[in-house]
Design a protein around this ligand. Structure first.
Ligand code: NDP
Ligand code: 8X3
Length: 255
């Protein structure tokens, strides 16, 4: 029987790379994001390249009703989800606490915490029904250690860390695996989104670095799903070799 992976935020970055990684390994895919044209292009590409089945599930994770209804109405043939990659998320702004924009804070909290919870809850209910499942939550190194001007983005990822621990405890009785993946700097659309389209400022984040790629992260995520049924990687922090934590980088090492 073919396996099914459900990926939120599959239209870019880690989510998109995971879609290719899992499709290459024979998974059928449920893909989510708000940009429907990108979802369509991705679905076409995955179907043509890997001969897998793809179900598009466009919704904004902040929309509680849309999330719950879309997931509850997943066609019966698609409900036995093996892996959820709970990935949709973003940072907005990098400002001192007293100068930050409240809209940015609200959007990050609504997406990274509340949206993340809506998806995890609805999918975990399907997994409980089917008596199997592996939930992979995208946290961040920013959820392990706060950095200057990281304030609320870091807080949302600390929340992801706490929720992952809580899920692991509460889903223990159903033997559902919960893995928290915590990448450091990775070059995706993340910084362009964070700096609201300012590509020059976004690029500075990676100056002198060979950062993680989306593919690096997708390969690690996929690896976590290949272990025997009794083995679970609970929590992983991944950085490029030039990053020690959220603050210390060796930007001179890369030429
Ligand atoms: P990208 O910006 O490249 O991709 C983000 C994805 O999330 C897009 O597919 C976007 O799709 C989706 N998304 C954002 N908001 C929503 C929403 N409201 N509803 C549905 N989908 C949404 O970023 P990354 O791939 O880098 O980030 C993915 C996750 O990894 C995030 O949770 C991020 O916090 C985390 N992370 C990123 C790191 C990095 O350095 N890149 C490091 C550590 C963690 P669309 O716009 O089409 O809705
Ligand atoms: C993204 C990594 O360090 O830019 O979560 O916050 S960082």
């Amino acid at each position: 029987m073919r396996k099914i992976v459900f990926i939120t935020g599959a239209t870019a970055g880690f989510g998109e790379a995971c879609a290719y990684q899992f499709a290459a390994n024979g998974y059928d895919l449920i893909i989510n994001g708000r940009r429907t044209e990108r979802l369509q292009l991705l679905a076409d590409s995955l179907e043509n390249k890997y001969n897998v089945a793809v179900l598009q599930l466009p919704f904004d994770v902040r929309d509680e009703k849309a999330v719950t209804q879309s997931i509850q109405n997943i066609p019966a043939a698609w409900q036995a989800i093996d892996v959820l990659i709970n990935n949709a998320g973003l940072a907005l702004g990098r400002d001192y606490f007293d100068e930050a924009d409240l809209n940015d804070w609200n959007t990050m909290i609504d997406t990274n915490v509340k949206g993340f919870l809506y998806v995890a809850r609805a999918v975990s209910q399907l997994m409980v029904k089917n008596n199997k499942g592996h939930i992979i939550n995208l946290g961040s190194i920013a959820g392990k250690e706060v950095y200057e001007k990281g304030n609320v983005y870091c807080a949302t990822k600390f929340a992801v860390d706490a929720i992952s621990q809580a899920m692991r405890i509460d889903l223990l009785r159903h033997q559902i695996k919960v893995t928290s993946i915590n990448p450091g700097a990775a070059e995706t659309e993340f910084s362009i989104v964070r700096f609201k389209g300012d590509e020059k400022t976004a690029q500075k984040i990676y100056d002198g670095l060979k950062p993680l790629t989306a593919q690096d992260v997708a390969e690690v995520i996929f690896y976590c799903t290949t272990l025997p049924p009794h083995v679970c990687i609970n929590d992983l922090t991944i950085t490029c070799i030039q990053q020690a934590n959220t603050i210390y980088f060796n930007r001179e090492a890369h030429t």
